[in-house]
Design a protein around this ligand. Structure first.
Ligand SMILES: O=C(O)CCC(=O)C(=O)O
Ligand SMILES: [Fe+2]
Length: 304
């Protein structure tokens, strides 16, 4: 049965070969795909199907990927625009970002086991990754936490009243540095920085990176409210207080539960999410359980 994807395009309007089964995955966005074997060289029509879904759905859960090795993730990255390499000054999650494929866990790696707040990966960089891939090797039972949620930012933009949409179009947002963005978004990173006596301060140089607050998706052209907890402040002519208030208001807006789709992980799933139109956040998990994930990022562009 056809359904409408996050971008507004119907699944039936895409070229999906009959060997693939596609169904909705989350309440607000996402698809689940069966019939793909990413451990093998795929025919072009299947790669094309995966690319179209990744470009329109917000996130794609690819089921039944047994023992998806690093080389296979690299090949998927190459299909999606090439592996993303972070800028040199990216600190806080360096290990994960400098090896385009790396293992998170069992202690959660540098992202830790604690809660992760809404963000888009590497959003503080000028050039940001289109996609993140995350493969579940071993995960806690859903009742022990560790679930990941994806916010549909097309919906978040559409839900603003017309006046506010107008106020935001064409407006910049200044990003935090990667370090202070990670401090804000990863409770585990915050705890380890604070344990070393490090905290953000008024004296810190503001990051030079300014992104659009409303991002045009490069494939569908649909508008996304691309604000997150990696945002320092919106840019504009208003007084500083007013800008701060507007920034906070939008951060609360993109945290609204009704924009989020909950993903409960099972082993052997690869999730590919589209950082251009979804935010993600993750629950803490009970450290008595092991959670091992293998991740990578793909595609790279200057947001507009
Ligand atoms: O563990 C997850 O599900 C997501 C972690 C995350 O957001 C990250 O490492 O950037
Ligand atoms: Fe992330």
């Amino acid at each position: 049965m056809s359904h409408v994807l996050a971008s507004g395009v119907e699944v039936d309007a895409l070229k999906i070969p009959p060997a693939l089964a596609v169904e909705p995955a989350g309440a607000t966005c996402g698809v689940r795909v069966r019939g793909l074997d990413l451990g093998a060289e795929l025919p072009g029509e299947q790669v094309f199907a995966l690319r179209q879904l990744a470009d329109h759905a917000g996130y794609v859960v690819v089921e039944d990927q047994e023992d998806l090795r690093a080389e296979s993730q690299l090949r998927v990255c190459e299909w999606l625009g090439g592996p993303y390499l972070p800028p040199d000054n990216d600190d806080g999650l360096v290990t994960r970002r400098t090896q385009f494929v790396s293992r998170l866990g069992p202690d959660g790696g540098s992202a830790g086991q604690s809660q992760v707040h809404p963000h888009s990966d590497n959003q503080p960089a000028w050039l940001t990754p289109d996609f993140t891939l995350l493969y579940a090797v071993e995960v806690p039972p859903a009742s022990a936490g560790g679930r990941t949620e994806y916010a549909n930012l097309f919906q978040a933009f559409a839900a603003l009243d017309a006046d506010l949409q107008e106020r935001l179009r064409g407006r910049g947002q200044r990003m935090l540095s990667q370090k202070w963005g990670n401090y804000r978004c990863f409770d585990a990173i915050r705890a380890s920085l604070e344990a070393r006596g490090e905290r953000p301060s008024e004296q810190d140089e503001p990051s030079p990176v300014v992104h659009p607050a409303v991002r045009t998706h490069p494939v569908s052209g649909t508008l996304a409210l691309w604000v997150s907890y990696m945002t320092d402040t919106l840019v504009g002519d208003e007084e500083a207080d007013e800008l701060r208030e507007l920034t906070l208001r939008l951060q609360e807006h993109v945290s609204r539960d009704d924009f989020y789709s909950l993903h409960e992980w099972s082993p052997n799933q690869l999730v590919i999410w589209d950082n251009r139109c979804v935010l993600h956040r993750r629950e803490a998990w009970n450290p008595a359980y092991t959670r091992i994930m293998v991740g990578a990022q793909a595609g790279c562009a200057r947001p507009f």
